[in-house]
Design a protein around this ligand. Structure first.
Ligand code: AMP
Length: 257
């Protein structure tokens, strides 16, 4: 399948990124079928890229908790709540933000979970306590999870991927110093802005993030396995190959076609 054939969605996720005071510019029209999916996998396994592709294919909103924190980093520090300022400190070190803070942020955005367009949760839940809280939030919104996709890739491959990743400060396009080089070193092919290393992609942060994943997030596989929701996807290869595997896995769950 060519990914160019995949239709695009226009929702700007304003409510998710900025909180309940903000309204999405283009809330989704009622889809034929709303998909409610959790994306699991170590940081760097490619969840974000797959979430974008799945959002285009299914119309479901890409809800990333990391995006909320990154957006908060760009606003004036006087406008941030003390909890958000503390959360950004954890993020800076590559550590998980405490459950209480993450859950307070999620509760404010419960409406996004109940959205008629469905959702693709990326980066949440990351602990068993968060997964249990998600169950409660979904019940409040009267919706159910359809699938939990686990993107699988060996840790050493992930560390190489993350430490070589460079992101455009302008359009946020992602490059890699070995596998996806820009035409001009450290300059974005699309918009010409500088390419930088995300602070949590520095080697010292990557180590901390991997430990957090192994200790806190990997146990979620066992949490979801007995519910029959889990779809394991090999995350080697090009984004479109992984995307096709994902769609096949969802079909196996009777979610596609
Ligand atoms: P991500 O983009 O999902 O890798 O998230 C970037 C950083 O945001 C993580 O390394 C954590 O510091 C923080 N973060 C994002 N989501 C969560 C979560 N569900 N629980 C705890 N910390 C989180």
């Amino acid at each position: 399948m060519s990914l160019d054939a995949v239709p695009t969605t226009a929702n700007d996720r304003a409510t998710w990124i900025a909180g309940p005071g903000a309204k999405c510019c283009d809330p989704p029209a009622v889809p034929v079928r709303a998909y409610r999916i959790v994306l699991l996998g170590a940081p760097g396994a490619g969840k974000g890229t797959q979430a974008e592709l799945l959002a285009q294919q299914t119309g479901a909103c890409h809800l990333s908790t990391g995006d909320i924190f990154r957006a908060a980093k760009t606003i004036d520090s006087c406008l941030r709540t003390p909890a958000m300022t503390a959360a950004l400190e954890f993020m800076h070190k590559g550590e998980l933000v405490p459950d209480d803070t993450v859950l307070a942020i999620l509760r404010e955005r419960g409406v996004c979970l109940g959205c008629r367009g469905g959702f693709l949760l990326d980066g949440f839940p990351r602990t068993v306590a968060q997964a249990q809280a998600l169950d409660g939030l979904l019940m409040t919104q009267r919706v159910k999870l359809d699938a939990v996709i686990d993107y699988r890739l060996p840790i050493d491959v992930i560390v190489a991927r993350l430490s070589g990743r460079r992101t455009c400060v302008g359009c946020k396009a992602v490059y890699h110093i070995e596998t996806k080089r820009p035409k001009i070193t450290d300059r974005c092919d699309s918009c010409g802005c500088d390419l930088v290393q995300r602070e949590d992609d520095r080697p010292e942060s990557v180590r901390v993030r991997m430990n957090a994943y192994l200790h806190s997030t990997a146990p979620l596989i066992e949490f979801y396995q007995p519910r029959g929701l889990l779809v394991s996807v090999d995350a080697h290869g090009q984004p479109w190959e992984i995307f096709e595997r994902t769609m096949r896995g969802l079909k196996g769950k009777d979610l596609r076609g």
